[in-house]
Design a protein around this ligand. Structure first.
Ligand code: FES
Ligand SMILES: [Fe+2]
Length: 396
């Protein structure tokens, strides 16, 4: 059942979905300090493979050296060109700048400078690349821009870290992934995935029905929330799952699990398919959505799991594309509606089924507050906006 017995108020106002000041505060208070997943191990099949990415305006190159991924600023120390602007590639020995050919070794130190004598005096290794911390959980590769960030496991919390290890291990395969800009504020993507209320309307052929409240459990923590839908008494879903687990040899777990680690990391799924999703704010009204779905088809390298893998990959990709397209189609309309100045003063109701959105919005307010012009009279007199809301949802 849901925690709240009543509907809840919308806590965020139009500025939270469109204002440059709020956008900057969000980046400073919530994003710069955190860990962010930028890749999966399966995207680096060979020694020397690299991926370039942009994390909150910082261009990075992620480079595989043996069984490790290292992350460097993708900016050459000579005259600051990007080392490479290719999205992927392979530097088997050294990273080489595309402009004048300076080379860097696996620690980021300069190791070869063409016409080196014309740079005298310059000590060997003097101008190294800036390196960032990388940690992995399962096969997900996380990077932080914050040297003081806690260890990744601690940041994610034990529930999420264990789920990632279990569902995104190196035994799992990437079913489907994409990395795309979306024409909406990043919170619209998060709020959409926190509720099952839109399922019957937006995903009538894929998810079909929304879950029975008695089968749902919402648990709220300081930095994350955890949703479990127990569908053992829902024959349609349970039978499909039994069949797939029988094929793959996976233990049967008739639960849909979903965690949001505030503000921007979500993991969800059941049976052989689990997805990982991360959203980055780009501007107040656009964001970047990176998501991976993984599946398990049995131990790697055997014939039967390989055949199951082919089937799961094809089916999972079809399903993933379909669901993502259905969601992406509604983001622009939600963005416009939420940011219109004529937005109705009444309304903005969050149902008990959607209570995870309320908890998320509460977290956002605790981090960035409101724009002064948007504060209520009570808030201007010193009352924090959460106070009133806490009366109606003290357990969330
Ligand atoms: S800018 Fe990279 S070698 Fe010159
Ligand atoms: Fe959806």
């Amino acid at each position: 059942m849901f925690v709240s017995q009543t509907h809840l108020p919308q806590l965020l106002d139009t500025s939270h979905y469109s204002d440059e000041g709020v956008h900057q505060r969000e980046r400073e208070t919530m994003f710069q300090s955190g860990w962010h997943c930028l890749a999966a191990w399966d995207q680096f099949p060979k020694e020397g493979d690299y991926i370039t990415s942009n994390l909150l305006g910082t261009p990075l190159i992620l480079w595989r050296r043996q069984d490790q991924i290292r992350a460097f600023l993708n900016v050459c120390t000579h005259r600051f060109s990007m080392l490479t602007d290719r999205p992927t590639g392979c530097f088997q020995k050294n990273m080489k700048c595309q402009y004048h050919g300076w080379e860097y070794d696996e620690t980021g130190n300069t190791c070869r400078i063409p016409d080196a004598q014309s740079f005298r005096p310059l000590k060997k290794g003097e101008l190294g690349l800036k390196e960032y911390r990388v940690e992995m959980v399962g096969q997900l590769v996380f990077v932080t821009l914050n040297p003081q960030a806690p260890p990744l496991r601690e940041y994610l919390g034990e529930d999420l870290a264990s789920l990632c290890e279990e569902r995104f291990s190196k035994q799992h395969h990437i079913t489907y992934w994409f990395d795309r800009e979306q024409p909406c504020n990043w919170k619209i993507v998060i709020e959409n995935l926190l509720e099952s209320y839109h399922i019957e309307n937006v995903h009538p052929r894929t998810f079909k029905r929304f879950p029975v409240p008695e089968h749902c459990t919402h648990t709220f923590h300081d930095t994350y929330d955890y949703y479990i839908h127990d569908f053992k008494d829902e024959p349609d879903s349970a039978n499909t799952e039994r069949f797939v687990c029988h094929l793959t040899g996976q233990p049967l777990d008739l639960k849909w699990r979903h965690i949001l680690r505030y503000p921007n990391i979500a993991v969800g799924g059941s049976g052989p398919f689990y997805y990982f999703l991360i959203v980055f704010p780009l501007t107040p009204t656009t964001c970047r959505l990176l998501t991976y779905t993984f599946h398990y088809s049995g131990p790697r390298g055997r014939l039967w799991p390989f055949l199951v893998h082919r089937v799961l990959k094809r089916y999972g990709k079809y399903l993933g594309q379909q669901i993502n397209q259905e969601d992406a189609a509604i983001y622009p309309g939600i963005q416009i509606g939420n940011t219109t100045q004529e937005r109705p003063h009444g309304g903005g109701l969050i149902s008990a089924r959607e209570e995870r959105i309320f908890a998320f919005q509460k977290y956002i307010l605790s981090q960035v507050g409101r724009q002064p012009a948007q504060q209520t009279v009570a808030e201007q007199n010193g009352c924090h906006s959460e106070t009133a809301c806490e009366e109606s949802a003290s357990n969330l």
